[in-house]
Design a protein around this ligand. Structure first.
Ligand SMILES: *[C@@H]1O[C@H](CO)[C@@H](O)[C@H](O)[C@H]1NC(C)=O
Ligand SMILES: *[C@@H]1O[C@H](CO)[C@@H](O)[C@H](O)[C@H]1NC(C)=O
Ligand SMILES: *[C@@H]1O[C@H](CO)[C@@H](O)[C@H](O)[C@H]1NC(C)=O
Length: 459
């Protein structure tokens, strides 16, 4: 009777158990080639929860039969239970299918990668990531390895960018580095391997796995200064662990500005120089002052994010206006994160490839200077802009500060990309970028954009 009434249900049980068997076969393969335990745990939970669900519901089926004969009044209640069980089963089935897709993708990917030649050089290749054809198309887009449009970037030590979702940790080319990173004694000091950690992040192994060892500390740390004094004072050299950097002092870092060592943020550690004037005394039409920007919102800009904020001067200035800004930054050639922390503002160690760790519609303002630019592959940049939109609250401001590109790209690619967000342009300024010479035809765009309070139907 049950069989006749609920044929799809029993068919579903059978299919699920078939799937479970397939899952087990996959599991064996996966364990055989040493996938992290995480996958196994995920798999076991999915399969087990399905099985216990089916046992529960077959018990209810028996209860239903007996109940129908002995206590007709309970029929209605039991039917209700059955309906609920069926709904739950459908949900479990959907979840199982979703997790199967992920697992099959990973397994296929692993099988593929183990059969490939394993080089130690990290570069774009056809094998990584493989065509995860069972995954959603947008996910494939997100994790795709993309060549940097301007080629090898010496400060990133990479010529590629990978949408970070932990996938990079399974890149066969990174295997030796991951193994090295996770080789340590539990409970002892961690290896002094900041450069290795950052290299892994920059190649898509983000977030990095946690470790059970003690991060190295500077040799002679001291208490930081009090706010607001700390905002504009450098910490002492002794409060920094310098191993990862070629410079071993702030004097050395500041001297680079004169030597033209690398292009960006050369003078960022010098808090008495240009850092002090930024966003206070605009130098051109593409520089907005913080006071002008805050005036657009009359006190309702309170919290925000500065993407790639160097040594944190934007957040320091905003602090002086009672606005709390979190600054994302890497340690490219210098101790940016520790420096920001010493100033008494919040550093966030994150590449621009990772989804921002904020919930939807939460921040009042997102600012970024120099970082979002044409060195990022267009598709990756578009993912970033949508993620910024996600974390900005309705009515929040996006301040694009000195975005740069070639002049034809502005009208052909970037302006349309930004306009697709549907923001109100409070300010929109362009200027020729001449620091590398006019022959390069480079342009700056600075824009202050307001996220709409309501978004009309988007097709
Ligand atoms: C069975 O339950 C439903 C909803 O709980 C109720 O609307 C209906 O009147 C019940 N029927 C009988 C015969 O008790
Ligand atoms: C910041 O807040 C303090 C305390 O509420 C207030 O005295 C000060 O005027 C505020 N500063 C600015 C720039 O709004
Ligand atoms: C881009 O388009 C605007 C008008 O939409 C025009 O004024 C401007 O000159 C164009 N810029 C370039 C670099 O082509």
């Amino acid at each position: 009777m049950i069989e006749q009434r609920y044929p799809p249900l029993s068919k579903m049980f059978w299919e699920s158990s078939q799937r479970s068997t397939r899952v087990f076969q996959l599991l064996l393969v996966i364990v055989g080639i040493t996938v992290p335990n995480l996958v196994a745990i995920y798999l076991f939970t999915a399969a087990n929860s399905c099985r216990s669900q089916s046992q529960d519901s077959s018990l209810s089926h028996r209860g239903y039969l007996n109940g129908a004969q002995r206590w007709p009044n309970q029929l209605n209640e039991t039917q209700e239970d059955l309906r609920k069980t069926q709904k739950e089963l459908i949900k479990v089935r959907q979840e199982l299918e979703a997790s199967l897709q992920v697992i099959q993708g990973i397994a296929a990917n692993l099988l593929l990668s183990t059969s490939q030649h394993q080089g130690s050089e990290v570069s774009a290749s056809n094998t990584w990531p493989p065509q995860l054809s069972s995954l959603a198309k947008e996910l494939q887009e997100f994790v795709a390895v993309r060549k940097l449009p301007l080629g090898y970037n010496p400060s990133l030590n990479a010529d590629i960018i990978v949408g970070a979702m932990g996938f990079g940790c399974f890149n066969p080319n990174l295997k030796p580095d991951i193994a090295k990173y996770m080789h340590y004694r539990v409970g002892a000091d961690c290896p002094d391997d900041e450069s290795l950690a950052q290299k892994l992040l920059l190649h898509g192994c983000e977030p990095l796995p946690r470790r059970r060892c003690f991060a190295r500390m500077p040799s002679d740390p001291e208490e930081p200064l009090e706010l607001p004094t700390s905002l504009w004072e450098s910490p002492s050299d002794d409060s920094i662990l310098w191993t990862a950097y070629s410079c071993k002092s702030f004097d050395c870092l500041n001297a680079r500005a004169k030597k033209k060592v690398f292009a960006d943020c050369l003078d960022c550690f010098d808090l008495q120089g240009r850092e002090r004037r930024r966003w206070v005394m605009p130098e051109s039409n593409v520089d907005f002052s913080i006071a002008d920007v805050l005036a657009f919102k009359q006190g309702t800009l309170r919290i925000g994010l500065d993407i790639g904020g160097g040594t944190g001067s934007f957040a320091a200035r905003m602090w002086e206006h009672n606005v709390t800004i979190v600054t994302s930054t890497l340690n490219l050639g210098g101790p940016f994160n520790n420096f920001i922390g010493h100033r008494g503002i919040v550093p966030l160690f994150l590449t621009i490839s990772q989804r921002f760790p904020f919930f939807d519609n939460t921040l009042d303002i997102v600012h970024s200077m120099h970082v979002l630019s044409n060195w990022i592959p267009t598709e990756s940049l578009e993912f970033t802009f949508y993620d910024i939109d996600r974390i900005l609250r309705p009515g929040g401001l996006l301040w694009i500060d000195r975005f740069f590109c070639k002049s034809p790209q502005l009208n052909s690619t970037y302006a349309p990309m930004i306009e697709r967000l549907g923001y109100k342009k409070l300010r929109w300024e362009t200027a020729a970028k001449l620091d590398r010479g006019p022959q390069l035809q480079e342009y700056y765009l600075s824009a202050l954009l307001e996220k709409p309070l309501k978004r009309g139907a988007v097709l």
